[in-house]
Design a protein around this ligand. Structure first.
Ligand SMILES: [Zn+2]
Length: 77
């Protein structure tokens, strides 16, 4: 088997969520939507996707699960 076919690019599981220019209400940094797996799957067992602030110093960096609506800390311009 071709060695290059074994792994998917990791970048497909998380990205900066900039559709309609969403950002963190508290600090203004971009927010990131990520597929809920591995470590985050243990924290958010009921969610397929989470969204979190890219700012490590922000209270919203711990993230929140995404249901039908975006979490309260996500604002759009
Ligand atoms: Zn923030």
């Amino acid at each position: 088997m071709n060695q290059n076919m074994k792994q998917k690019p990791h970048t497909q599981t998380a990205w900066i969520y900039h559709e309609e220019k969403h950002y963190c209400k508290d600090c203004g940094w971009p927010v990131i939507m990520a597929c809920c797996n591995d470590e985050t799957g243990a924290l958010f067992p009921n969610d397929d996707w989470i969204i979190y602030c890219a700012n490590k110093g922000c209270q919203n960096h711990k993230g929140a699960g995404v249901f039908q609506d975006l979490p309260r800390f996500v604002a759009s311009s």
